[in-house]
Write a protein that binds this ligand. Structure first.
Ligand code: 5GP
Length: 345
C-alpha cells in the first residue's frame, strides 16, 4: 500500500485569481477554438462545450439546439439506425461537425457502429465510452476502431491519469475523456471508493495529452458556469456537461408534474433506471453506480447556454484572455476554504 500525499483538488477547492486586463467587455472575448487532431486529418472549429452522451442529455433535440451555437453533443448510443436516418435526413448538413456517435466496447456495439458508419459516412466523431478506461480490452478496442476508421476523430475514455491518457492516444484516440466519479448522478465513489478530484485530473491529463498532440475533455462535476471556466482554466480543451443540461425541453427523461410544478427525470447511465430501460434490470455482477433524480423543468436550453457562455466569457475578461485558448495560460488558481456566501441560499 502507498499513499500519495500531495493534495488533489476539485473545483470547489479553488478560485481563479483576477488579473490586470485590457479587455473592455466580455463581448470582446471569443470562445471558439480550432483544433488539429493527432490522428484524424481534418480539424474542428467550434465552442468546445458539449452535452454528455447520456440518454437524458445526448439527444438529437439537444444537438440541434447546441449546434446553433457551434457547440457539441455526444449523442447517446441507444438510438436505432432508423432514428439516426430520420434525424440526419432532416438536419442541416453542418450538424455532423457538432455530434459524435457513442459506442461501448462489446461485439454488438462494434456491429452497430459499423452499420452506422457505413450508412452515414458523413459522421466524423466516434466516442468510445466506458466507465473504466483502464482495461486492456478497452485499449484493443480503440486500436481496432482506429484501424478501421483512419480518418475519423476518436474520443476515448474515461480515465484520470497521465499514463493512461498517453496509452490511449498512442492506441489511436484523438481526444481523451477525463473523469471518474465526479458526475452529478454518479455513485462510483460511494460504491467503490475509486476516483480522482476532477481539477487535478484535468491538470495531469491535459499535460500528458498536450505533450503528445492530443486533446482532453473534462467530463463531469461541473455545477455552474464558474466550474466550466475552472475546467478550461485547468487545461481542458472541451468540457462535457450532464446535470447542467438536464431538465430542459431538449433533454430526455420523463416530464412529470407534481403539485403544479414540472420536473424531468435525470439518471446515470448505469443507474437502475437506465439498466432497466436498456438491459432488463441490474446485472447481478455489478452494483448500480448511478442515481435517479428529479430536476425542476427549465424550458428551452437556450437560456442555460447563454448563462454558461456568458459566465466563461466573463472569466476571460477577469483574467485578460481575449480568446478561450488563452484562458489556461492566464489562469492562476488560488486554493480556498470558502466559495459562496450562502446567506440567502
Ligand atoms: P455531470 O455533468 O452530470 O456532473 O456528469 C456527467 C457525466 O457523468 C457523464 O458524462 C458520465 O461520464 C458520468 N455518468 C453518467 N452516468 C453515470 C453513471 O450512471 N455512473 C457513473 N459512475 N458516471 C456516470
Amino acid at each position: 500500500m502507498r499513499i500519495e500525499l500531495d493534495i488533489k483538488l476539485g473545483f470547489k477547492n479553488v478560485m481563479i485569481r483576477p488579473k490586470r486586463s485590457t479587455l473592455k467587455s466580455r463581448a470582446d472575448v471569443s470562445l471558439e477554438r480550432t483544433f488539429k487532431f493527432l490522428h484524424a486529418k481534418k480539424g474542428w472549429t467550434g465552442i468546445p462545450v458539449m452535452a454528455a452522451n447520456m440518454d437524458t442529455t445526448g439527444t438529437f433535440e439537444m444537438a440541434t439546439a447546441l449546434a446553433e451555437h457551434k457547440m457539441f453533443t455526444a449523442i447517446h448510443k441507444h438510438y436505432s439506425i432508423e432514428q439516426w436516418k430520420a434525424f440526419l435526413d432532416a438536419a442541416e448538413e453542418s450538424i455532423t461537425e457538432h455530434i459524435a456517435v457513442s459506442t461501448g466496447t462489446g461485439s454488438a456495439d462494434m456491429e452497430k457502429l459499423n452499420e452506422l458508419m457505413n450508412q452515414f459516412p458523413q459522421l466524423r466523431f466516434i466516442c468510445i465510452d466506458v466507465a473504466n478506461g483502464y482495461s486492456e480490452h478497452f485499449v484493443k478496442f480503440v486500436k481496432k476502431v482506429r484501424e478501421k476508421y483512419p480518418d475519423k476523430v476518436i474520443i476515448a475514455g474515461n480515465v484520470v491519469t497521465g499514463e493512461m491518457v498517453e496509452e490511449l492516444l498512442l492506441a489511436g484516440a484523438d481526444i481523451i475523456k477525463v473523469g471518474i466519479g465526479p458526475g452529478s448522478v454518479c455513485t462510483t465513489r460511494l460504491k467503490t471508493g475509486v476516483g480522482f478530484p476532477q481539477l487535478s485530473a484535468i491538470i495531469e491529463c491535459a499535460d500528458a495529452a498536450h505533450g503528445l498532440g492530443g486533446q482532453i475533455i473534462s467530463d463531469g462535476g461541473c455545477k455552474s458556469p464558474g466550474d466550466v471556466a475552472k475546467a478550461f482554466g485547468g487545461g481542458a480543451d472541451f468540457v462535457m456537461l450532464g446535470g447542467m443540461f438536464s431538465g430542459h425541453k431538449e433533454s430526455g427523461g420523463e416530464l412529470v408534474e407534481e403539485d403544479g410544478e414540472k420536473f424531468k427525470t435525470f439518471y446515470g447511465m448505469s443507474s437502475e433506471t437506465a439498466m432497466e430501460k436498456y438491459s432488463g434490470g441490474v446485472a447481478e455482477y455489478r452494483a448500480s453506480e448511478g442515481k435517479t433524480v428529479k430536476v425542476p423543468y427549465r424550458g428551452p436550453v437556450e437560456d442555460t447556454v447563454q448563462d454558461i457562455l456568458g459566465g466563461v466569457r466573463s472569466t476571460c475578461t477577469y483574467v485578460g484572455a481575449k480568446k478561450l485558448k488563452e484562458l489556461t495560460k492566464r489562469t492562476t488558481f488560488i486554493r480556498v476554504q470558502e466559495q459562496l456566501n450562502e446567506m440567502f441560499s
